[in-house]
Design a protein around this ligand. Structure first.
Ligand SMILES: [Cu+2]
Length: 133
């Protein structure tokens, strides 16, 4: 009986296949930009896509990827992040990140900031990121 319930929960809660962990955000000053990082772990059997990130603390949020072209380093907007089944994607300094722009207030070490992540399969997920360097 318990196993049946577990199976039913798995079927009707596909969102649980997506685990978001190790989230953190750098400090930032009002009107400036900062970056959010986390690891996405897709335990499901289908690929999933992160297509939007929202927060109340900034006027604009984009998904970015860092690139290097010879000696030139830059970053560009990517429209989505795809997480293949049974694999994970790590956002980290020098790689993919969430650019949090036009901050509405200062965020400082020790603060916690809430974000909403939108996935095609897993739906909406809310995370709380600690502010640190
Ligand atoms: Cu960026």
């Amino acid at each position: 009986m318990f196993n049946l319930l577990a199976v039913l929960l798995m079927i009707f809660n596909p969102g649980d296949d997506m685990v978001i962990k190790d989230q953190w955000i750098r400090p930032g000053a009002e009107k400036m930009a900062t970056a959010l990082y986390f690891t996405l772990e897709n335990n499901g059997s289908e690929a999933d896509t992160l297509f939007a990130v929202e927060t109340d603390i900034a006027k604009m949020v984009q998904m970015h990827e860092t690139y290097s072209n010879g000696d030139v380093m830059g970053m560009k907007e990517i429209g989505e992040i795809i997480i293949e089944p049974k694999s994970s994607v790590k956002l980290e300094p020098g790689g993919k990140h969430i650019m949090v722009m036009k901050l509405k207030r200062d965020i400082e070490k020790g603060d916690e900031v809430e974000f909403k992540l939108h996935f095609k399969q897993a739906g909406k997920k809310i995370i709380t990121a600690a502010v640190r360097d």
